[in-house]
Ligand binder design. Structure first.
Ligand SMILES: Nc1ncnc2c1ncn2[C@@H]1O[C@H](COP(=O)(O)OP(=O)(O)OP(=O)(O)O)[C@@H](O)[C@H]1O
Length: 284
């Protein structure tokens, strides 16, 4: 296990219990989406993985070592964290300086640094913007700079906080391909997200947090059945699953290939419900 969390509890100074006995493990190369309602504790959990917060009780192990024995610099070699708001992360006067900051800080040799920076710029589609000041880029582009600066640190674990928010379609495709290729390289990707379409396309497993606890943890293929069973109205189905249900199909469809297979299987879809039809809770 690259990450092992056991009975993690955390309270903010004002007394809010943000995490209440969270336990799970994540293996190398896994792609795990962490979902849940606003205020469920997702960001607080992610901040523990990079040492910004420390547990009130419980333990976190990163790559077999207790996280409380590791300084922020040591954790930064293992876990890269891409903030939801890139402006919380970016500080340098050009994209290339920003992306080069992490590997320089980690004292990588110059040749490795140059290779990592060029690769991160290429993988995020930012090579042409290398000399631009990040402030002159759009929010979506700044999010990609924040991602590139974490990729350049070459950490075995990458944590993404709401990666698709504010991104156009092409950037979401780029991001999805990147998640897949990181996992194919054996790197672990955790993403906090509300984007279930992105989840089903690019993640293996979903962990639902609710009120600071793990409410569900399972393979992404079981997501539709979980949503159908739960009363948690903050959770939603992927768009294709909803469309399949509106068409009256038995069993869930989550991906484009699955949807096309079902279409070509010759099953006659039921008539479409009228636009006024109230969508039952299970079809969210
Ligand atoms: N600095 C803080 N001080 C006090 N309470 C906080 C602080 N930050 C977060 N909280 C509270 O801790 C709980 C968990 O918040 P957290 O931001 O981790 O949730 P989240 O699942 O990431 O939410 P969202 O989806 O809205 O980003 C919430 O009740 C929130 O109000």
């Amino acid at each position: 296990m690259i990450i092992r969390i056991d009975s993690l509890t955390f309270r903010y100074p004002n007394g809010t219990t943000a995490l209440d006995g969270v336990s799970f493990g994540v293996g190398a190369g896994e792609r795990v989406a962490i979902v849940g309602a606003n205020g469920a504790g997702k960001s607080t959990l992610a901040r523990h993985l990079v040492g910004i917060e420390r547990p009130a009780s419980g333990t976190i192990e990163i790559d077999g070592r207790p996280a409380d024995g590791l300084g922020i610099a040591e954790l930064a070699r293992t876990v890269g964290f891409v903030f939801q708001n890139p402006d919380d992360q970016l500080h340098a006067a050009s994209v290339v300086k920003e992306v080069g900051f992490g590997p320089r800080n980690l004292r990588f040799p110059a040749a490795r640094r140059a290779e990592l920076v060029e690769s991160a710029l290429r993988r995020t589609g930012l090579t042409a913007a290398r000399d631009t000041h990040p402030h002159h880029l759009s929010l979506g582009e700044r999010k990609r700079v924040a991602l590139a600066s974490v990729l350049a640190m070459d950490t075995p674990v990458v944590v993404l906080d709401e990666p698709t928010t504010g991104q156009d379609h092409a950037s979401i495709v780029l991001l999805g391909n990147l998640v897949d290729s990181l996992a194919a390289d054996g790197r672990t990707v955790l993403a906090i997200t509300h984007d279930m379409d992105f989840c089903v396309e690019h993640f293996d497993r979903v962990i639902v947090l609710a009120n600071g606890r793990v409410a569900w943890d399972g393979p992404v293929a079981d997501w539709p059945a979980h949503v159908a069973d739960t009363a948690d109205e903050s959770l939603e189905l992927p768009q294709l699953t909803r469309l399949g249900r509106r068409l009256g199909w038995e069993g869930p469809v989550t991906t484009v290939p699955g949807f096309l297979d079902r279409l070509s299987s010759g099953t006659d879809p039921a008539p479409l419900p009228s636009a006024q039809t109230r969508i039952p809770l299970r079809d969210r």
